[in-house]
Design a protein around this ligand. Structure first.
Ligand code: AMP
Length: 200
């Protein structure tokens, strides 16, 4: 299956993506993880991205679109993938549509985890504690900035997929296992839809 997970920082995308990877045997494509690896390795992309990420802004669209275009051609994506943290802007969503078209593949669906914003700062603070402050951008000021960026630039992406009738909204405030269950139900609906499409 080919999926997109949308939702603000701290919504639980990473946790749910990990579960999807295990149950569906698909690749986990997190642009955040890829960019952090590039920063660590000191590649040109990493050097360009570091300061932007540290202040909670978005890396330019063309950079992440190129990263994803290369990544989905790799053999481990043949069985499907879950995109986590991409697309994050309308131009990225359009770029994804175009590159999938060129590759002759389609998305099965887009899952948006909706959350109460007030809970996000606390969730991210907990993550920072659990990971021993592994992420430089999990401090309160940068999180505030990341949430602003999400509202302004990423929230409209859900509307893009809603208009295409590819969006499933799931309440991300539920306990983790219940979110997973709701996602499993959404996947069943996606398969059903695909079945009817290929049938007709
Ligand atoms: P994440 O791990 O998804 O929260 O991403 C961490 C940071 O990486 C973000 O705050 C951005 O600076 C950058 N980033 C990750 N994905 C994207 C994307 N699709 N577009 C632009 N910047 C991104």
């Amino acid at each position: 299956m080919r999926l997109v997970l949308l939702g603000p920082p701290g919504a639980g995308k990473g946790t749910q993506a990990q579960r999807l990877v295990e149950t569906l045997k698909i690749a986990h494509l997190s642009t955040g993880d890829m960019l952090r690896a590039a920063v660590k390795a000191g590649t040109p992309v990493g050097q360009r991205a570091q300061a932007i990420m540290d202040r909670g802004d978005l890396v330019p669209d063309e950079v992440v679109i190129d990263v994803i275009a290369d990544r989905i051609r790799e053999p481990d994506c043949a069985n499907g993938f879950v995109l986590d943290g991409f697309p994050r802007t309308l131009p990225q969503a359009a770029g994804l549509t175009e590159l999938l078209q060129r590759a002759g593949i389609t998305l099965d669906g887009v899952i948006e985890l909706t959350v109460d914003e007030a809970a996000l700062q606390e969730r991210i603070a907990n993550r920072a504690k659990e990971t021993g402050g592994a992420r430089a951008d999990d401090n309160p000021e940068t999180v505030t900035k990341r949430l602003e960026v999400y509202r302004a630039q990423t929230a409209p992406v859900a509307g893009y997929y809603e208009a295409r009738e590819e969006l499933w909204r799931i309440d991300g405030m539920q306990p983790v296992d219940e979110v997973t269950e709701a996602i499993t139900d959404a996947l069943a609906e996606m398969r059903q839809r695909e079945f009817h499409r290929s049938d007709g």
